[in-house]
Design a protein around this ligand. Structure first.
Ligand code: MN
Length: 244
């Protein structure tokens, strides 16, 4: 019987847990990996490059979870007062994980903040705040009073991309809970999805066996067109294929 692939999930620092600091991952990521047949392994935001390489040698796949903003200095931009919830330890840790996973054959699924970290790791930049920097942008969060996981906008998928192939669609309706997005795309990444306002919603790295980022929250059971679990199934399948 084949063993379940070990899928590392990046955790964040729980700010409201003072006086005892804690690391945490939202349960929906763990559940999505489990439902796809993976064994979740929670990764604290304390990982340097050497540790990331050691971990990636033993994990079978990596999931970058959502969260606060990446510090502007990570992509060479001036600080912006609208940037919030920066976790410097997490930035360093996830950038190391991306560097390590891209040098391995292990698959990566990067969600929300994760797609932004992926882009920055490859030299790309971010819009620090979509509403103030992208003229005519749609709302990328629920309207006031609507639930967090509301269906917010559509996303057009690039035909032939891995993303479109996995989701077997050219357009999907998604939830949206972000105020940042990729701006200049990092080296060796291609855009595979965009909202109707042009905001980048999907990136992948065709040079790698499985490196996929999405700006929405496929792990949430709410607010998305059906079929998002296929992204986690594809991650676990790709991870299984790297197990000897
Ligand atoms: Mn969006």
């Amino acid at each position: 019987m084949s063993q379940s692939p070990l899928i590392g999930i990046s955790a964040h620092t729980l700010i409201k847990s003072q006086p005892i600091p804690r690391y945490a991952v939202q349960r929906t990521y763990v559940q999505a990996v489990q439902q796809a047949g993976g064994l979740p392994v929670l990764l604290p935001p304390t990982i340097d490059l050497a540790t990331a390489r050691t971990l990636l040698a033993r994990l079978d796949g990596l999931l970058l979870s959502g969260g606060g903003d990446v510090a502007a200095a990570r992509y060479g931009a001036p600080d912006n007062p609208l940037i919030r919830l920066v976790d410097h330890a997490r930035d360093a840790s996830e950038l190391a994980l991306v560097a390590a996973v891209l040098r391995s054959e292990k698959p990566l699924l990067a969600i929300c903040r994760g797609i932004q970290v992926l882009n920055v790791a490859l030299g790309g930049t971010l819009y620090a705040d979509i509403p103030s920097q992208v003229p005519g942008a749609l709302l990328h969060r629920p309207k006031k009073g609507q639930p967090r996981d509301s269906s917010v906008h559509t996303v057009n998928l690039v035909p032939g991309s891995r993303l479109a192939t996995i989701l077997t669609a050219e357009m999907v309706r998604v939830n949206s809970f972000h105020h940042q997005s990729a701006q200049q795309v990092g080296r060796s990444l291609v855009v595979t999805a965009a909202a109707p306002d042009g905001v980048i919603e999907g990136l992948e790295c065709p040079d790698h066996s499985f490196c996929l980022g999405v700006q929405w929250h496929p792990e949430s059971p709410i607010g998305n067109q059906e079929g998002m679990e296929r992204l986690f199934q594809a991650l676990v399948e790709a991870a299984r294929a790297t197990m000897s």
